[in-house]
Design a protein around this ligand. Sequence first.
Ligand code: LMR
Length: 330
Amino acid sequence: MNKNKLVLVSLLVAFVFVASATVSLAAPLVIKFSHVVAENTPKGQMANKFKELVDERLAGKVVVEVFPNSQLFGDNKVLEAMALGDVQLAAPSLSKFEKYTSSLQIFDLPFLFKNMDAVEKFQQGPVGQKMLMSMKKKGLIGLGYLHNGMKQISSNSPLRVPADADGKKFRIMTSDVLAAQYEAVGAMPLKKPFSEVFTLLQTKAIDGQENTWSNIYSKKFYEVQPFITETDHGVLDYLVVTSVEFWMDLPDDIRTEVKKALDDAIAFGNKVSAEKAIADRQLIIDSKRSEILTLTDAERQLWVDAMKPVWKKFEDAIGKEYIEAAVASN
Ligand code: LMR
């Protein structure tokens, strides 16, 4: 090898070495996932599973950081933080998108879905899938729905018929539909972040709240609420969201892999939600801290009759054909 060739080869070797060092030193992309619930919930488990799958499949390229329990952002701040690029993934309940779209309000209509199978069918059907993109112009993309389950109403006095709720204060999520639902039975709804619910109940600043079995259990609401009426009157599910800007800026191969990991994590979270709806209910019964009231058909019908007129009030905002599609999924 002559001298010139030797120099060329050495330069090439040096270049390859520097280039590979640069690649391995390139910082992995960070996805911050902020949520408000405990880790032992469907959403908490789903988020942790997502992190685990990304660690496994995209090692060195992408890192997921999960912040549970409103540690990073509470309900009221997370979507604003997403617009600023301070967080990349969140999964607020479907009731918390009112400022961004009116179509998702459909999920709050009382006594719309008979059970979680109907919810799943509607979400995976054409209307549900269309709604994933309903906030694109506002900078948000829905990547998928995640189940938690049907809601129950807890209270410091027994609620059997709508008149029992008259004049009582209930914490609700930030949803006008939920506000109308409580007003329909003469109660006073208060929109408050999830992180404040336990203290509001404990100090008796409010009389009750509505939530799923896993949230009532994991946040210990049952320890400060002597009664839980098993109403199954509505659904509490989530929309996993990201910002259009972040999502579209991802390299195609990374976006595909991240979405796959997310889909797998959601499937896992949905299994957890079905199990927890049964297991956490039983743990609450076993604790003997709270009595679970089951309604007779006639008692339940009184709640339906009192609350169902709320549908009409929101029909124009949501879309009549959307409501009909939801009813058809039952
Ligand atoms: C609530 O605010 O009650 C729920 O949306 C909390 C959650 O994320 O499950």
